[in-house]
Design a protein around this ligand. Structure first.
Ligand code: H2B
Length: 94
């Protein structure tokens, strides 16, 4: 990914961290049930978009990583899903 592409990706999805060709977001949830509900909602959005993040559900946090496997990096589909995930977080006050 070029420096320009990196800039565009991080501007388009503020709050998300760019590393190893993926967009990452670490979300503290405080307990397992809140994280599980978030993962469930992200899963539904991912299925609807036919685009799937890697998700690490822990007792007190959820870590999300987005990339397009077929493209080997970040595409518009990742940025669109990042924005949808941001909306799900805002709805939940996370
Ligand atoms: N998710 C992600 N993150 N990257 C992909 O390249 C991808 C996907 N490909 N979900 C999709 C499914 C592909 O397998 C289907 C056929 O569109």
């Amino acid at each position: 990914m070029t420096k320009l592409a990196r800039q565009i990706a991080s501007d388009a999805a503020p709050g998300w961290r760019l590393a190893l060709q993926r967009l990452h977001l670490h979300v503290p949830t405080g307990n397992f049930a809140t994280g599980l509900d978030l993962v469930d909602a992200i899963g539904a959005a991912a299925e609807a978009a036919d685009h799937h993040p890697d998700i690490d559900l822990r007792y007190g946090s959820v870590h999300i990583a987005l990339s397009s496997h077929d493209a080997g990096g970040i595409t518009d589909r990742d940025i669109a899903l990042a924005r949808q995930i941001d909306d799900l977080l805002a709805e939940r006050g996370l």
